[in-house]
Design a protein around this ligand. Structure first.
Ligand code: TXA
Ligand code: MG
Length: 319
């Protein structure tokens, strides 16, 4: 089957209210027609996702902005011009066209234009905006390949395979519903880059981030996971552990090492992080997973956010 046929088939699924997993530049999404509450309900069902957790709506161009958001202002267009298509989700007051189930009853909607040809072609061929969370069961590791989607969500109607995603972690989420801006989730579009576009009014900054569904635990592998150098770290049996290595400095003694960067570039860490977590989760010789921390600036904030959420379950075992 050629690619356009595949997309046409997937678009038919979307138009008829079924679900399609598709690649974006960040992670694979589990998509449904965002304007069809029955289709959207199937996303929550298949993911076992609580309905208090709103979905991001994916659009193909800024025309979608006007039909879904209420009076987007200059800040939105400045960000869109710089970062769209790309890994930035903008939360704005919503229009009534967006079903309440999509936004978990919130008066706002998160919108993004993904930087991926398959995603954009799917949205255009479906002729509707596509609501899509990451295509993983609730709380588990986000998928960066079609194989990851099939492993955890075998029930999905259709999976478009675009190979491994190029960004590797979920989009940065920025809330513009009030004055200034608030970053609700860190990603590869950094606070520093956003401040260079919206420099005149940082608003409340990160002081009171609120995104329903932003739980302390998330992205968890089905095995114990720690951040190297955490309090419990000295007691870890390295001979049973897999290391997600960034600098190369901690690799001695581990059963298995996955190096996520050749050049100590946090962007590469982002690209390979979830992939490494999936590989160690699937490796029967590995009992626990250790990840190397990075400095918390720029993209490092997004990496550390994902590591803390993935290891949160096990913090309570510290004793
Ligand atoms: O990169 C991404 O953003 C990927 C790809 C598929 O686009 N999607 C993704 O979706 O990560 P998901 O559902 O796993 O995470 C989206 C998060 C939700 O947990 C929710 O907290 C936040 O976005 N969100 C969505 N709409 C929101 C809104 N109106 N207000 C506040 N937060 C919102
Ligand atoms: Mg997710």
């Amino acid at each position: 089957m050629t690619m356009p046929d595949t997309i046409e088939t997937a678009a038919k699924h979307i138009r008829e209210g079924r679900l399609v997993a598709f690649p974006t530049e960040t992670v694979y999404g589990l998509g449904a027609n965002a304007l069809d509450p029955f289709a959207v309900a199937r996303i929550f069902e298949l993911k076992e996702r609580p309905t208090f957790d709103p979905l991001i709506v994916h659009i193909a161009d800024t025309a979608g902005l006007e039909t879904l958001a209420l009076n987007p202002d200059a800040r939105v267009y400045r960000l869109a011009e710089r970062f769209w298509p790309g890994p930035l989700t903008i939360v704005l007051p919503k229009r009534d066209t967006v079903p309440d189930l999509v936004t978990a009853g919130l008066p706002t909607v998160g919108l993004r234009i993904p930087a991926h040809d398959i995603a954009l072609e799917l949205i255009r061929a479906s002729r509707c905006p596509i609501a899509a969370p990451s295509a993983n069961p609730f709380g588990r590791i986000s998928p960066t390949t079609a194989g990851h989607v099939q492993k955890h969500l075998p029930g999905v109607d259709c999976v478009l395979d675009g190979g491994k995603t190029t960004v590797g972690i979920e989009s940065t989420i920025i809330d513009l519903t009030e004055r200034g801006f608030r970053i609700l989730r860190h990603g590869v579009v950094t606070k520093e880059e956003i401040e260079s576009i919206l420099p005149w009014d940082p608003g409340d900054g990160e002081n009171a981030p609120f995104a329903p569904g932003m739980l302390q635990s998330h992205y968890s592998p089905g095995k114990k996971m720690w951040i190297a150098h955490d309090a419990a770290f000295p007691y870890i049996h390295k001979e049973k552990a897999g290391l997600i290595s960034f600098s190369g400095a901690l690799e001695a003694g581990y059963k298995r090492v996955i190096r996520v960067s050749e050049s100590r570039d946090p962007r590469e860490y982002a690209v390979h992080l979830f992939d490494a977590m999936h590989a160690l989760e699937d490796d029967n010789a590995i009992e626990l997973i250790v990840a190397e921390p990075v400095p918390e600036t720029g993209i490092g904030r997004a990496i550390m956010d994902r590591l803390r959420k993935a290891t949160f379950h096990w913090q309570k075992d510290l004793g």
